[in-house]
Design a protein around this ligand. Structure first.
Ligand SMILES: [Zn+2]
Length: 253
């Protein structure tokens, strides 16, 4: 069975066909998804959609939605929400959080938010779902200051060497539809050679749609996993089993 470790199924893009899509996923062997949160306003909805669909969810503030005025208040709200929901078996991670040097507030504001998320993740013993765009160096430096934290670098697009550095700090590598793009040579080399126990499948639906498709869905997981199997020259059924073990080990789903 496959689980999409990063799908924004709460987004309005899925309002018209969420349940049929879930049925299609199950038919295709995709048993569920982890729904990461974007900002505090969406937390109740993320929880509700996870409950309605039998999926799991995460709580956090995406770096694009961090603001200098609200950063501290949002972290306070996150701490309160976690203490309320800590026994909810559907709550499996903190995120998404992370660093993005192309979008959102300045990196020092994003770093303050991320530090708060990491400290809560350690306190509640939950994995982190991290977004990282053009900020691998500062992210590696920050994570190195928190031994014992764990999680996933979602939508990874870097090199094998960088992936191994993140793995050395307790992080798995989220592989999405970017691997289908034959121009992504570094990433494809990484997927072919990275230790298999460090890979997690994901889609980032509805974003990151492969060329020619307007809305991404978790169904694209089948192509992603087939491509990983092709690149590694392994049997796709065995690969699915290993990826499922990786998912359950990190998120305890
Ligand atoms: Zn996302």
């Amino acid at each position: 069975m496959l689980i999409d470790t990063h799908a924004h199924l709460d987004f309005p893009e899925f309002d018209t066909d969420r349940q049929p899509l879930l049925a299609q996923m199950r038919q295709a062997g995709i048993g569920g998804a982890i729904i990461p949160a974007a900002d505090p306003a969406c937390w109740p909805r993320v929880r509700e959609v996870a409950r309605q669909t039998g999926c799991h969810y995460a709580l956090g503030v995406h770096p694009w939605w961090v603001t200098p005025e609200h950063c501290a208040h949002h972290l306070q709200q996150l701490a309160e929400m976690l203490s309320e929901q800590k026994d909810d078996p559907r709550l499996v991670a903190i995120g998404e959080t992370g660093l993005d040097s192309l979008k959102g507030p300045t990196l020092d504001v994003q770093l303050a938010s991320l530090r708060g998320h990491i400290e809560l993740a350690i306190q509640y013993d939950l994995p982190l779902i991290l977004h990282c765009v053009k900020a691998q160096r500062p992210l590696l430096e920050l994570l190195a200051q928190y031994p014992g934290c764990r999680g996933v670098i979602h939508g990874f697009g870097g090199s094998l060497e960088t992936a191994r550095q993140f793995a050395g700090l307790g992080f798995l590598i989220g592989i999405g539809a970017a691997v289908l793009n034959t121009n992504m040579k570094k990433l494809r080399h990484c997927v072919a050679n990275m230790e298999i126990a460090s890979l997690l499948p994901e889609t980032d639906s509805p974003a990151m749609a492969p060329k020619g498709i307007s809305r991404n869905t978790p169904l694209i997981m089948l192509q992603v996993v087939e491509e990983i199997a092709r690149l590694r020259q392994v049997d796709v059924v065995q690969l699915k089993e290993q990826l499922f073990r990786n998912v359950t080990q990190l998120f305890d789903v």
